[in-house]
Ligand binder design. Structure first.
Ligand SMILES: Cc1ncc(COP(=O)(O)O)c(C=O)c1O
Length: 385
């Protein structure tokens, strides 16, 4: 049997990783500015994190959610403290799509309604409800196409109110910052309108912070820059630093009851030990502050490049060129050993490094980018189309 490869594979095969670097099987070292789709938050193979997983695995890796789980309680408490949502509850799952699936289901249970409003260009995952609110019909199989979703453009408050005013909408879902689309931020006023209008029309406000959360933008959640408080917040990716965990932060106005949600593997002892270690390191190493400082440095430097648009906050950065970045990204990888990400927008490079990225490493990237751009603009044999 061989793997069912649904991704175009990169030319390198990483076999070892530490902090912001990965090594291929020939021993070449690469600077990781992508963190495997924004997953590596505290750095690859961070020692305290590895130790916490090893210790929990050798003590008790798993028991089901039908018993008290002190590790899950400790993880939820710490997440409440660091995020500022200590009055919320945490329901744990194993991935981002599952978090979105459960958040939408909760909103529907709570309001008794079935429509959802989502934002064009957004991505929320590949399970049925998550696909239903993802603006990319190519990802849906025939079985996934029966959805009750109204897509509106980001910032279109009148479309938002018109859709909500039917009183049939259970939830409005929006990414803290749109990630896969190419790093697009909602404005503070748009997020505030969502918050107010959801209250007015008895719908729930879901912030999908799967990519933009866990300190990546310099605050725990990107929506906190706008001072809004969603009813449900989805998390995954950086939450486990590679260990597959996700979750929904749930407003105290929603009462849990048996049968409402359920999972075998969500919130295991092992997963929670990994998640707790991530939070501890995020705090002890001041990684949110680091994301702000190194991110600000990168954004400022990138803004000096001619003909590019720079978007994002902290270490969630999109750099849009006026041509496709395919060749640029290849040269960064092959000539400078720097790994970067793509977006649905083919002209946009996505920078999503571990939050432990150091200033010198950011400087290396800027120098490498300068030299690649000189090459691209001088060398007519290099195709940018
Ligand atoms: C904003 C957002 N939501 C949901 C998901 C789905 O997460 P997963 O791939 O873990 O199911 C992603 C994945 O990229 C994402 O970026």
């Amino acid at each position: 049997m061989i793997p069912f490869n649904v991704y175009p594979l990169q030319s390198i095969t990483p076999v070892k990783a530490l902090d912001c670097h990965v090594w291929d099987e020939k021993g070449n070292r690469y600077l990781d500015l992508y963190g495997g789709h924004a997953v590596i938050s505290i750095g690859h193979s961070q020692p305290e994190y590895c130790q916490a997983i090893a210790q929990q695995a050798s003590t008790m890796g798993f028991y089901s959610n039908s018993v008290q789980n002190p590790v899950q309680k400790a993880m939820a408490k710490k997440l409440g403290e660091l995020s500022g949502y200590d009055d919320y509850h945490l329901f744990m799952v194993n991935s981002g799509a599952e978090a979105v699936e459960n958040a939408i289901k909760l909103a529907s249970f709570q309001t008794g309604k079935q429509q959802v409003i989502s934002i064009t260009k957004g991505f929320h995952g590949r399970t049925s409800l998550a696909l239903g609110v993802t603006d990319n019909p190519k990802l849906s199989a025939p079985v996934n196409t029966v959805h009750d979703t109204i897509f509106i453009e980001m910032e279109d408050v009148s479309a938002l109110e018109k859709a909500l005013s039917t009183n049939e909408v259970a939830a409005v879902i929006i990414e803290g910052i749109q990630g896969i689309a190419g790093i697009y931020e909602p404005s503070t006023s748009f997020l505030k309108s969502i918050e107010q209008l959801c209250k007015k029309y008895d719908a729930l406000f879901i912030a999908d912070e799967i990519q933009s959360g866990y300190g990546r933008t310099g605050k725990f959640f990107a929506h906190q820059y706008a001072g809004v408080k969603p009813d449900l917040i989805t998390v995954a990716k950086g939450m486990g630093n590679g260990f597959p965990i996700g979750g929904v932060l749930i407003s105290p106005k929603i009462e849990p009851y048996f049968g409402m949600l359920g999972t075998t593997f969500g919130g295991t002892h092992l997963g929670c030990a990994a998640g707790l270690a991530v939070l501890n390191v995020l705090e002890s190493e001041n990684l949110m502050q680091n994301a702000t400082e190194v991110g600000n440095f990168l954004i400022k430097e990138l803004q000096t490049f001619e003909g590019v648009e720079v978007r994002g906050k902290g270490l969630m950065i999109g750099v849009e060129f006026n041509y496709p970045i395919k060749e640029l990204r290849k040269l960064l990888l092959e000539e400078h050993y720097i790994f970067t990400g793509v977006a649905s927008n083919p002209n946009t490079l996505r920078i999503l490094p571990p939050l432990s990225l150091r200033q010198e490493q950011a400087e290396c990237f800027i120098e490498a980018l300068k030299s690649v751009l000189i090459k691209i603009h001088q060398d007519e044999t290099v195709s940018i189309h």
